[in-house]
Design a protein around this ligand. Sequence first.
Ligand code: GDP
Ligand code: MG
Length: 170
Amino acid sequence: GNKNINAKLVLLGDPGAGKSSLVLRFVKGQFVEFQESTIGAAFFSQTLVVNDATVKFEIWDTAGQERYHSLAPMYYRGAAAAIIVYDITNPASFDRAKKWVLELQAQGNPNMVMALAGNKADLLDDRKVAAEEAQVYAQENGLFFMETSAKTATNVNDIFHEIAKRLPRV
Ligand code: GDP
Ligand code: MG
């Protein structure tokens, strides 16, 4: 029969990487050029149907600023999935993404499904992080990797869909 799964999902990553934009695209199918920066965290929910299950994502979109760092465990603790977002035009955001991965590996749920999103994939002319480098990093660290664009919608539904497929069936 069809299973119903509730999954807490957290987005982590540098301010400006596009976390809120990915959520807005996934939940509302919209994109805005001047997305307001997130204060603290914002909550959304969205349901996805995969082959054998209906997955209700409970999404925590975090702010990413250092001054909110101490709040992050509230959002990733107990999370079934995380999307760690960086901006392909910003190498510092890729470094920061790796720090989030280390923190999740140390403090997060060991069964957490982790996705690495190289966002702003539409800005190819400004690319500073090679897809191959991120792919290798993801593979070595037990994440799956996709380049996404909240602007063009490339791979946005796909990344949530892939997470839904990988969540443990209980
Ligand atoms: P957050 O701080 O990680 O939540 O990032 P935001 O979602 O607020 O996005 C920061 C800025 O990047 C905003 O001006 C967005 O419009 C822009 N942005 C987000 N995603 C994309 C994308 O995929 N492509 C482009 N070109 N801009 C994006
Ligand atoms: Mg935000």
